[in-house]
Write a protein that binds this ligand. Structure first.
Ligand code: GUN
Length: 285
């Protein structure tokens, strides 16, 4: 079977466009969504991601912007800045780009962001709410995957889903959202035994490992839905996913490409979470 390729770029564009009337409605009430992004240091990949977030926010007419801080910024200085943004009523969403330089404790920084402004959904309160089935902000990448499935008309109920990767950013919240969508979910990782056989039994396979072409053709069941979260740089310019696309796309029913699949959704969902934060600030729930 030749897989249907899920056009993440088009679905992301649709999701961003759907935000425009919501932004206009907020502006009519005197509120412009404000997303403030903090970038510490000069990690080149982070610089690209942050620029893309900045551009998407500008296109939607958000206020805020990027605070670019030197790599030597101290943890206390960063925590003080976050407190200031927490207290600023004009700011609806705060995002600290990860990874942070080694001398800054990531958990302390994420814990400092007000859960009401945590548009990444990384605060422990938001992770807990997601697990309890009452998410305030679902993390953007897994939320984007769920939107791709919904927009592609893919039924999740009762499906065997295997998520390969157990990060707090993707793997764990992805599993929670799929469980909420009535999948039977397995989280696999680098220590999982018989990984290939486990993946080959999946109706829905989500690859979030961060290793190029880790998921081979043999690991894909005939007719499976394959979602590739990986963005791996090989050589100077080329990006490849965690899935061997050429082989997997001959067996899957649906597959996401890299680039042009999940990546664009992450930013669209960040914009959506920011609009939600601004709407809640207007009418607290
Ligand atoms: N680094 C890689 N992905 C992300 C993300 O979704 N949010 C933040 N804050 N940092 C990241």
């Amino acid at each position: 079977m030749a897989a249907q390729i899920i056009d993440g770029k088009a679905i992301a564009a649709k999701a961003r466009k759907a935000l425009l009337p919501r932004v206009e409605a907020l502006k009519a009430k005197g509120i412009a969504p404000n997303l403030t992004v903090i970038l510490v240091g000069d990690d080149p990949a982070s610089a690209v991601y942050v620029r893309n977030k900045e551009r998407a926010a500008k296109e939607l007419g958000f206020l805020g912007g990027v605070l670019r801080l030197p790599a030597e910024t101290g943890q206390e200085e960063l925590l003080t800045l976050i407190k200031h943004l927490n207290d600023d009523e004009q700011v609806h969403g705060i995002l600290v780009q990860l990874p942070l330089p080694g001398h800054i404790l990531e958990s302390a920084v994420l814990a400092a962001i007000s859960p009401q402004k945590d548009v990444d959904g990384f605060h422990a309160v938001n992770a807990g709410r997601l697990m309890a089935g009452r998410p305030l902000f679902a993390p953007c990448t897994p939320k984007g995957v769920m939107r791709l499935l919904a927009e592609s008309g893919i039924e999740t109920r009762g499906k065997n889903a295997v998520v390969v990767g157990r990060s707090n950013i993707v793997g764990k919240p992805m599993a929670m959202l799929l469980l909420q969508a009535d999948c039977t979910v397995t989280i696999a990782h680098s220590k999982t035994q018989n990984l290939a056989a486990l993946c080959a039994g999946a109706d829905l396979l989500v690859a979030a490992i961060g290793r190029p072409k880790f998921i081979t053709t043999e690991m894909v069941k005939e007719g499976a839905v394959v979602i590739d979260v990986g963005i791996n740089r090989v050589g100077e310019k080329k990006l490849v996913g965690d899935v061997d696309f050429d082989g997997a796309s001959k067996k899957a029913s649906f597959i996401t490409p890299v680039p042009g699949g999940v990546g664009a959704m992450t930013i669209a969902m960040l914009m959506e979470n920011t609009v939600e934060a601004a709407e809640r600030a207007l009418a607290p729930c």
